[in-house]
Design a binder for this molecule. Structure first.
Ligand SMILES: [Zn+2]
Length: 413
């Protein structure tokens, strides 16, 4: 009986719940307080309330679509037939190179008197006609083919050895340099540079002024450069020496200099990787492709000699870029590499450097201490060629290494 009562109560409760949730929601209207005219002025809170109600009842501003019609953005009008015109760049014309004053090296070559760097007026050089003996100061010719006629362009107390890894005629240790037309003597900036021999300064200036005329080759890579035409010749040919990369030039064109006169200071102008003097010996003509190995012209150290030689390839020709090793008592004394494409005898024009007309060498080792039983060797094509030589003071030892030159075929009747 009691269970029926509880069940009935629960059924009534659920029915009430369902009935109530099915009734529509009751809207409760709350009349706003409306002030009655003639009555007492409204309280402050009433005014505030009415203002809030009025604000809440204010409809949102309806955008006037007609007045603010949507206008899609327009792209700039496409121009048809547009011709691309390269912009006009102001062109600065290259300055016209000033022509190098032509030197008349004939009999009318008559330099005026110039005071020497010591202030003493020197005599006008005698007229050069073919071969003249070298200046008295530095003739060193123990053999007829030796011509050590130039002094070193730097003090004996400075570094006067040339860079072994960038020898004359070589293209550098890694074959990445231009073929060397001179020797490099590295020294700090400001070291004095001396004239290698007596003669007339035929160029003294910035190599940036390109000079490449019938008479002389000077290039911007030289930086500040001095060229001397010597007043002694070789087998009827003129000799020129060139000194490049100067920090300062201490002479001038036309001046007569003696061997040992200061002509400039070592620097790093032009194309250099360090401060040094680049020295060239030009024979016959004052040209870039008339360069001879300075180590055959600059006198070696006292008590030292020079080893020059020809490394011959299987075809009997110069063998290019071959490592030459000089050793003694099992120790390497010096190395160098053979010239790159030396100018061959009889060639009017060639490439790069010129072997000595007598020696016809393609390598030179300078400043070798005099002594006996040096071994000089090369390796080519899987073969080693070596010789045992003696080196004497102040002279050249010449050696040929390589394959035997093949006999010239003879015509058969
Ligand atoms: Zn050089």
């Amino acid at each position: 009986m009691q269970g029926f009562l509880i069940l009935g109560f629960l059924v009534i409760l659920g029915g009430l719940y369902l009935w109530q949730n099915n009734q529509p929601a009751v809207t409760v209207a709350v009349p706003a307080a409306t002030p009655t005219p003639g009555e007492a002025p409204p309280e402050a809170w009433q005014i505030a309330l009415e203002t809030q109600v009025a604000a809440a009842a204010m409809p949102l501003a309806t955008p006037d679509l007609a007045a603010t019609a949507f206008v899609p953005p327009t792209l700039p009008p496409v121009q048809t037939a547009v011709v691309m015109q390269p912009a006009q760049v102001p062109v600065t014309p290259w300055p016209t190179p000033t022509p190098f004053p032509t030197q008349d090296f004939g009999s009318s070559f008559d330099p005026t008197l110039y005071p020497s760097p010591t202030g003493v007026v020197v005599e006008e050089p005698s007229e050069v006609t073919g071969f003249s003996p070298p200046p008295e100061q530095v003739p060193l010719s123990p053999q007829i083919n030796d011509h050590f006629w130039l002094i070193r362009p730097v003090d004996a107390s400075a570094n006067s050895a040339s860079l072994f890894y960038y020898a004359f005629g070589s293209d550098g240790a890694n074959d990445d340099f231009r073929v060397h037309h001179g020797i490099d003597i590295p020294n700090p900036t400001g070291e004095k540079i001396y004239a290698g021999g007596s003669g007339t300064v035929v160029y003294a200036g910035d190599g940036g002024k390109i000079v490449d005329t019938q008479d002389i080759d000077i290039y911007p890579s030289y930086g500040n450069v001095v060229v001397i035409e010597h007043d002694f010749g070789y087998r009827g040919q003129r000799i020129y020496t060139l000194y490049a990369h100067m920090a300062a030039i201490l002479t001038e064109q036309g001046r007569y200099v003696e061997a040992g006169d200061v002509i400039g200071l070592i620097g790093g102008t032009g194309d250099v990787s360090g401060t040094h003097v680049h020295m060239e010996v030009r024979v016959g003509e004052n040209k870039y492709f008339s360069v001879y190995n300075p180590l055959l012209w600059v006198a070696p150290f006292l008590g030292h000699g020079v080893v020059a030689g020809r490394v011959v390839g299987p075809n009997g020709d110069f063998a290019d870029d071959v490592l030459v090793t000089l050793s003694r008592n099992g120790r390497v004394v010096q190395t160098t590499t053979t010239y790159m494409q030396p100018k061959k005898s009889g060639q009017r024009s060639g490439w790069h450097v010129v072997p000595d007309p007598v020696w016809q060498e393609n390598f030179v080792l300078g400043d070798v201490p005099a002594g006996e039983d040096y071994e000089i060797s090369v390796s080519m094509g899987g073969q080693r060629f070596a010789d045992i030589i003696d080196v004497q003071t102040g002279t050249t030892h010449f050696v040929i290494l390589g394959w035997e030159i093949a006999a010239t075929p003879q015509a058969v009747d």
